[in-house]
Design a protein around this ligand. Structure first.
Ligand code: NAD
Length: 283
């Protein structure tokens, strides 16, 4: 039976550490959260980010703009926030509505306030091992491994998925921790054979329950980044699943993240850490 990697407990510990640090040091950090449009999932993410700020003692200011907001208007708001010394971090909830260039939005955020770590400056810093913001989900994956005493140094790490927001930065971070890293993707031949070499298998494919026991080496640590909503009525009350077929993989793995309660809660906890880091960088 695999050890369950408890993202809920680990993310709570991180939020507590951030809250204690803020209380002890008098840091007055402010995060600006920008939401464009009325996507219900985005609204939930934004609400949860604001609640986490409140818990940690970070001030959050939110800008909720209508779906027909022009790119020009959004970019000019970001400019204003870049120039406001009271604002330490800027988060624009993605995706933005059609008609707004996401890349332009990301690049307009000052690298000093890029707490999501998506900008070219942040990604470049990560790839050369310089200081900078690391995007929150991949940073959360590393924290989950470290705080569960799973050694990365010298281990075979396979990341399935090469997106800019999860797969690639997760691979860079595992490399930074001295893992031997393979990135697999939709063109990889014999995926199961590649995945089976992993001591640490990070799965960020975006396909529900795609990874079965056939892809997992006995005793491997399996980090499931996927999140998919299910119809509870058709799935025995289950509301969410990941990219990994948990019931089948769990008996084979040495450690595994559940969905929900694995990687998911880590993203917001790491955002809180990044916001405090932004404040410190600016002071
Ligand atoms: P994406 O769609 O941008 O990328 C998916 C990647 O998987 C691609 O690089 C593709 O090459 C690879 N892939 C697709 N099909 C494959 C196959 N058959 N075999 C091998 N590789 C294949 O997705 P993403 O943004 O990286 O997100 C991945 C998953 O993680 C999604 O379910 C998403 O909802 C979830 N996610 C969770 C969090 C969080 O927990 N906070 C954050 C971001 C994303």
């Amino acid at each position: 039976m695999a050890k369950l990697i408890d993202g809920k407990a680990i993310s709570q510990a991180i939020r507590d550490e951030v809250r204690d640090e803020i209380a002890a040091s008098g840091i007055k950090a402010t995060l600006a959260v920008v939401l464009v449009g009325d996507d219900p999932a985005s609204a939930v993410y934004v609400r949860n980010k604001k609640l986490a700020c409140e818990y940690c003692g970070i001030r959050s200011v939110s800008y909720e703009l209508p779906a027909d907001t022009t790119e020009e208007k959004l970019l000019s708001l970001i400019d204003e926030l870049n120039n406001d010394p009271e604002i330490n971090g800027i988060l624009v909830q993605l995706p933005v509505p059609d008609g707004i260039d996401e890349d332009k939005v990301i690049e307009t955020i000052s690298p000093m306030k890029d707490v999501d770590g998506f900008s070219r400056a942040s990604v470049g810093a990560l790839s050369i091992g310089a200081e900078g913001f690391v995007s929150c989900t991949p940073a959360g994956i590393i924290e989950l491994l470290k705080r569960s005493d799973i050694e990365i140094d010298g281990k075979n790490c396979v990341v399935i998925g090469r997106s800019n927001i999860v797969g690639k930065p997760a691979a860079m971070l595992l490399l930074r921790e001295n893992g031997t890293v393979t990135i697999a993707h939709s063109h990889t031949k014999d995926l199961a054979e590649v995945a089976k070499k992993a001591d640490i298998l990070v799965v960020a494919i975006g396909k529900p329950e795609f990874i079965t026991a056939d892809y997992v080496k006995e005793g491997a640590a399996v980090i499931d980044v996927g999140i998919h909503r299910l119809d509870p009525e058709k799935n025995g009350g289950k509301k969410l699943c990941g990219d990994v077929k948990f019931d089948e993989v769990e008996p084979v793995a040495g450690a595994i993240t559940p969905v929900p309660g694995g990687v998911g809660p880590m993203t917001i906890a790491m955002l809180m850490k990044n916001t405090v880091a932004a404040y410190k960088m600016q002071h």
